[in-house]
Design a protein around this ligand. Structure first.
Ligand code: 13P
Ligand code: ZN
Length: 274
């Protein structure tokens, strides 16, 4: 038995590889974090390093996540390599009792640190855990090309993006009835983008990062990966449709969206409808 035999590690690694296969993770692009259940931490304890590495301040505080453990991709590590060398590409980190620092307890065997977006992931775990009664476990950031393309030509508003994505494929309003938030272009990897994304994630499960990618949250890998996949596919249809250069002759009407919501028992954000 080793760390890599644990079911949770297998599912984390599979999700990284699925993202690579989708073409969302050129080089070291993107990052994934998972907040472990206490029982999963117990299962993992025999495999943690004998000597924890030093505490590192995050520049942000999430006191509701004090003492929690996360699995995270490493900064500068390639999603493409996770399946081949998870011990080098991934880490397990522990949060301190104040909720403002982490220390590495496993992985990154050749050195390094968790993703540069760890402050953003951590703060968004904090916000989403509060918004969902603790249900959110996964935060995932990917460089989804069609969503990025949209951010050059659509106004950067939550309403414009949510409407365009809902109307690009019939089942989108069922998958993300709350819509998506939009964060303007910002320098990646610091406390500023963490705080701006948190503001959106108080209300939304997903945030578009202008000219950068997509940031999503969810209770497990299937739902979270599925949300990324659905939004990016919808964006692809939007881009394909615009790329024809032909005038749009028909689309899903706002009343059509309302009818889908009624049939599937979801509540659409009414202020985004006309
Ligand atoms: P990391 O390699 O530090 O995870 O950064 C990749 C990225 O996508 C930053 O937004
Ligand atoms: Zn990125």
């Amino acid at each position: 038995m080793s760390m890599l035999d644990l079911d949770i590690m297998k599912r984390f690694i599979r999700t990284c590889n699925d993202g690579w296969l989708q073409g969302w993770h050129e080089r070291n692009g993107g990052n994934l974090t998972y907040r472990l259940f206490p029982a999963e931490v117990e299962e993992m304890k025999p495999f943690l390093d004998a000597e924890p590495r030093p505490w590192v301040p995050m520049g942000v505080t999430g006191s509701n996540l004090a003492g929690e453990f996360f699995i995270a991709t490493g900064s500068g590590k390639f999603f493409r390599n996770v399946i081949l060398d998870p011990e080098d590409s991934l880490c397990v980190v522990e949060i301190n009792e104040k909720g403002d620092s982490y220390r590495v307890r496993w992985g990154l065997v050749h050195g390094g640190r968790p993703t540069s977006e760890f402050p953003t992931h951590f703060m968004n775990h904090s916000v989403r855990a509060a918004a969902t009664g603790g249900a959110t476990r996964v935060i995932y950031h990917a460089h989804t090309p069609n969503v990025i393309a949209m951010t050059y030509v659509l106004p950067l508003t939550d309403r414009d993006f949510s409407r365009a994505l809902w109307k690009s494929a019939t089942e989108c309003p069922v998958v993300f009835p709350g819509g998506v938030g939009v964060v303007p272009w910002m320098v990646p990897g610091g406390a500023d983008i963490a705080l701006a994304t948190c503001e959106k994630m108080k209300e939304f499960e997903a945030a578009v990062w202008a000219q950068h990618g997509l940031f999503v949250s969810g209770p497990d890998f299937d739902i979270t990966f599925g949300l990324m996949h659905t939004i990016e596919k919808s964006a692809q249809i939007w881009v394909l449709q615009k790329s024809t250069g032909l005038p749009e002759l028909q689309t899903i009407t706002d009343d059509g969206l309302r009818a889908i919501a009624k049939e599937f028992g979801v509540t659409l954000r009414e202020e985004f409808l006309g």
